[in-house]
Design a protein around this ligand. Structure first.
Ligand code: UDP
Ligand code: MG
Length: 138
């Protein structure tokens, strides 16, 4: 069972002033913040982060969107973190996200869907390391 995951509040979440409300939901759900950074991805960095999707039709737009404004990168801790966080954020498409989930509450479109959530322990570790050095994770 994993105990850490990685999330980003995406450019739409930041632009719509949802940093506070989204972090509140995350804390209310029992996640503890291990590391957090307000930053912005360059197009090259966004391309690397989403390299797994490079053959998908939405990739170029996604890279543009993810580098369009500031984001908040966060490492979170909780029992069963990866799976429980995916449940908390809801489906990729906010129109299909369950009521009360973060994407249902705060997202506007399948692309601008407020938050990222790692999909496996392996990716959670890799994505956390993408943003944070060893001494920033404790
Ligand atoms: N995305 C998109 N169009 C799609 C599917 C995904 O723009 O048809 C974007 C969306 O921002 C999503 C990200 O690409 O969060 C990564 O897609 P993935 O399938 O990994 O969804 P997630 O794991 O974020 O739910
Ligand atoms: Mg994904």
């Amino acid at each position: 069972m994993s105990n850490r995951t990685f999330t980003m509040i995406k450019p739409d979440g930041v632009a719509n002033n949802y940093i506070g409300p989204i972090l509140a939901k995350i804390n209310e759900a029992g996640f503890r913040i291990i590391a957090m950074k307000y930053t912005r991805l360059t197009p090259d960095q966004a391309s690397l982060f989403y390299a797994v999707h490079s053959q998908r039709p939405f990739y170029n737009d996604l890279v543009k969107y993810m580098s369009s404004g500031p984001i908040v990168a966060v490492i979170l801790e909780k029992n069963n973190a990866v799976e429980d966080f995916r449940t908390l954020i809801g489906a990729t498409d906010p129109a299909k996200a369950a009521p009360g989930t973060i994407r249902n509450l705060f997202a506007k479109s399948i692309e601008a869907n407020a938050v990222h959530g790692s999909d496996s322990d392996e990716n959670a570790a890799a994505e956390g390391s993408f943003f944070f050095s060893m001494t920033e994770r404790f």
